[in-house]
Ligand binder design. Structure first.
Ligand SMILES: [Mg+2]
Length: 194
């Protein structure tokens, strides 16, 4: 559909696009419950963590407490790593994530995905589309693809004129107009060319 448009930049959502957030929360809660001796320390670090401003690199502060990188890695969807490894050769990769929490950045850092994304293309904001619609035109709308599990975001992306992909691993959503529905991130490369 988009062949010949020469996509140069691909932006990903985090929750339910790269990371199975339900799975991650289960791992974190289970970790806390099974390590009661660490709990006083954990409670304190949780408090500190959630009072840390978004965007702060807080990984060193909390490494070895309730944030176990292995649990973040296990919560990544299996198609994420192969897809990013192929794409990083041909495209500039970025993030648009909607959150006020520094946990978003940690999800990327602790799951080992940071190196795939350009630091200046990682945008985490309470209203991500307000940021995206300012940033994307500066890159050339016809050169950008956006991947999200949210229909409303895909719809906005398509209306703006960027190539929009709806990731729906359970295949139960209907992609909006001018959006390509995919079940795995590895499908993206069959739709775009560099
Ligand atoms: Mg999401």
């Amino acid at each position: 559909m988009n062949k010949g448009k020469q996509i140069t930049h691909i932006f990903f959502d985090i929750d339910f696009t790269l990371v199975n957030t339900d799975e991650l929360h289960r791992h974190i809660i289970s970790n806390i419950l099974h390590k009661p001796s660490q709990f006083p320390h954990t409670a304190n670090s949780l408090f500190q963590f959630f009072s840390t401003p978004p965007g702060t690199n807080s990984v060193p502060l909390f490494r070895g407490t309730w944030l176990d990188p292995a649990e973040y890695k296990k919560s990544m969807y299996p198609d994420v790593l192969p897809a990013l490894q192929s794409m990083t050769i041909m495209f500039q990769l970025g993030i648009f994530s909607q959150s006020r929490s520094p946990l978003q950045r940690l999800k990327i850092e602790l799951s080992g995905l940071s190196s795939f994304f350009r630091k200046d293309l990682i945008f985490i904001a309470p209203h991500k589309w307000s940021v995206a619609k300012k940033v994307l035109p500066t890159l050339g709308l016809e050169k950008v693809a956006v991947i999200d599990d949210r229909i409303d975001i895909c719809n906005q992306a398509a209306k703006l004129g960027v190539q929009s992909f709806l990731i729906d691993r359970e295949n139960n959503k209907i992609a909006p107009k001018n959006t390509i529905g995919i079940q795995s991130l590895t499908e993206i490369l069959t739709h775009i060319t560099s």
